[in-house]
Design a binder for this molecule. Structure first.
Ligand SMILES: *Cc1c(COP(=O)(O)O)cnc(C)c1O
Length: 489
């Protein structure tokens, strides 16, 4: 069964708007090839349209509706005050092409955000331009390449990437023609130091490292890792997607990283995953400052008690150029600015402490029933195996069954180095009752695996649609759902 489309609900002559009678004389439209005689638009009243979209919206699952433990993606609750501030008329009714003296308030916010992100991460400078994490990676890797090139060091073509890395890391380096060298993890889930030593030479651009990594583990040899890469002339890239574990506790800049992207939509509460655009600012150490994308916001003149400071744009000396129109996703930046301002330094630190506590609580309740391959204190997320000895239940089946219990499934099959991986990230805002209900559901599913495996294999049962053919859904996408070739049921 599918919902009728607006076209199918349409009735000739029905309308949602009435235009006033024209008070200017009618004129003929210019005779160009761009004009159409026919334009198919559904004809409906306002109430029909509202009901249609309200109904569709209720088929979605969102973090405002329930627990959303999607590891690596950090689907944290987005406080609603962020939505109020980003809609303030002073922000909404400005345009980036306005004369600079008329948008000083916007520039003040952007400048302060650059400063805050510097302080949080320990980097020397920050660009707010990139659109999201992957775009930030591409920006960072471009700067790493530019740095070596500017020093006349043209031999460097290899990017070292651990096997636990997110797929965007090799993709970003690969897009710049670099050769990807995979570094294995050791038995504790850290970077294998011997493998790293063997790979470090004068052809290395640098290393892209996520820390804590996608197993949710803080690399116990991080200082050693950074030193090995730096000693062979490479630069260290930090994938900042897991910053939610470190706020106010560890600064990647202090660990010796040269560049890092922030995922504002993960760490600093911006709706994402169908909820809106993200934002991927990039911080750099002094070595890379001159290569940052332009323009950066800078303070032209300090203010006084009576006169506010004056802000302007600047282009770093060896800038890689522009990465995005204007200043990036301003609305996302305002949301994150609000989130940081509302929490302050102590609040940010508490966020990470609770995120880590919550993940460890879940792991402790589950690890007797589900195998946790790296049994160490985890950071803000952990990975367990979604399979049981003697059954053919897989991680995907468990995830589908969780939907019957009204939970969003965890991340499946990532990282690739864990069999049937289920990657669970509760975030800091979940209370004990919610986390107990979630673990109870997973423990009940483990019991079903023994007593009634078919109910797991055929799940979900309580959702609008049952088990999908996911390959067909991905390969034969139907994006124009108004095409009249689908029957209504
Ligand atoms: C989310 C994520 C990325 C990519 O970030 P986007 O904002 O989705 O482009 C990169 N690395 C890791 C570890 C991530 O979790």
């Amino acid at each position: 069964m599918r919902e009728p489309t607006l076209f199918e609900l349409s009735s000739p002559g029905r309308t949602g708007v009435t235009f006033p009678v024209s008070d200017v004389p009618l004129t003929k439209l210019p005779d160009t090839g761009m004009l159409r005689d026919e334009l198919a638009i559904p004809e409906l009243a306002e109430v029909d349209v509202v009901r249609h979209y309200m109904k569709l919206s209720k088929y979605n699952y969102s973090v405002d509706e329930g627990f959303y433990p999607l590891g690596s993606c950090t689907m944290k609750y987005n406080p609603k005050i962020n939505e109020d501030t980003c809609r303030l008329p002073g922000f909404v009714n400005t345009h980036p092409l306005q004369p600079i003296e008329t948008v000083q308030g916007n520039l003040a916010l952007l400048w302060e955000m650059q400063e805050w992100l510097k302080e949080i991460s320990g980097f020397a400078a920050v660009t707010l331009q990139p659109a999201a994490g992957a775009h930030g990676e591409f920006t960072g890797v471009l700067m790493m390449q530019a740095y070596h090139k500017a020093r006349g060091d043209s031999k460097r073509i290899k990017m070292l990437i651990p096997d636990a890395a997110h797929g965007t890391n090799p993709a970003s380096a690969g897009m710049l023609g670099m050769e990807i060298v995979t570094i294995h993890s050791d038995a504790n889930g850290n970077v294998d130091l011997e493998a790293l030593k063997a790979a470090c030479d004068d052809t290395v651009v640098g290393m892209m490292l996520t820390n804590p990594n996608t197993l949710g583990l803080f690399d116990q040899n991080i200082t050693e890792v950074v030193k090995l890469v730096r000693d062979c002339g490479g630069l260290m890239y930090a994938d900042g997607a897991n910053l939610n574990a470190l706020l106010g506790i560890v600064r990647p800049g202090d660990l010796g990283f040269d560049v890092m992207h922030f995922n504002l939509h993960k760490t600093f509460a911006v709706p994402h995953g169908g909820g809106g655009p993200g934002s991927g600012p990039v911080g750099v150490s002094e070595r890379l400052e001159a290569f940052l994308p332009a323009p950066l916001i800078y303070k032209v003149e300090e203010g006084t008690d009576e006169i506010p400071p004056l802000y302007g744009y600047e282009t770093p000396k060896q800038s890689i150029g522009r990465m995005k129109a204007f200043h990036g996703h301003f609305g996302a930046i305002i949301r994150s600015y609000t989130y940081i301002a509302m929490h302050g330094p102590d609040g940010l630190k508490a966020i990470s402490q609770y995120a880590v506590l919550n993940a460890n609580y879940l792991m402790a309740r589950l690890k007797k029933t589900y195998k946790v391959p790296f049994d160490r204190i985890c950071m803000h997320e952990f990975v367990m195996e979604g399979r049981f000895e003697g059954t053919d239940i897989r991680a995907l089946d468990i995830s589908k069954r969780l939907m019957d219990f009204d939970f969003h499934p965890p991340t499946n099959y990532f990282p690739l180095i864990v069999h049937e991986a289920l990657m669970i990230e509760p975030t800091e805002t979940e209370n004990k009752q919610t986390m107990d209900a979630f673990t109870d559901a997973l423990l009940a599913i483990a019991e079903e695996a023994r007593t009634n495996p078919e109910i797991i294999k055929s799940a979900p049962h309580n959702t609008l649609f049952g088990r999908m053919d996911e390959v067909k859904a991905a390969r034969e996408l139907v994006l124009c759902c108004w095409l009249p070739d689908q029957p209504l049921d």
